[in-house]
Design a protein around this ligand. Structure first.
Ligand SMILES: [Cu+2]
Length: 116
């Protein structure tokens, strides 16, 4: 009786851990050729997720869910890689190196793409 109870709770804990581990990757799709596509939502004046681990050659898609425009600027060089994205617009970028970025219109909005 006690053994059954223990086993059941262990399975439940495993399931919760698995769900927790998989959660950060639901926005990432793998494609043939080994490259992945990652989605970053812009909402509430934040990049979500704020930090993302990617591989060189992966594609990142930013989607502006806010009602105001935002843009993507590389922090170290202040180079804008995107135009101003109006509400509902997306921007697609192929990652070549790790980079910290910010919004060109709201510099307090920051994010990071990291290639391990
Ligand atoms: Cu912005």
């Amino acid at each position: 009786m006690l053994m059954h109870k223990k086993r059941g709770s262990r399975v439940k804990v495993f399931g919760i851990c698995l769900a927790f581990l998989l959660t950060p990757f639901v926005a990432t799709k793998a494609y043939a050729g080994g490259y992945a596509q990652h989605q970053i939502s812009i909402k509430g004046f934040e990049f979500v997720p704020k930090e993302l681990q990617v591989s060189r050659g992966d594609t990142v898609v930013w989607v502006n869910h806010d009602i105001v425009p935002h843009s993507i600027v590389i922090s170290s060089t202040e180079q804008a890689i995107s135009p101003e994205l109006e509400s509902g617009e997306t921007f697609i970028y192929v990652v070549g190196s790790s980079m910290a970025y910010e919004c060109g219109l709201h510099p307090s909005m920051t994010g990071k793409l990291t290639i391990p």
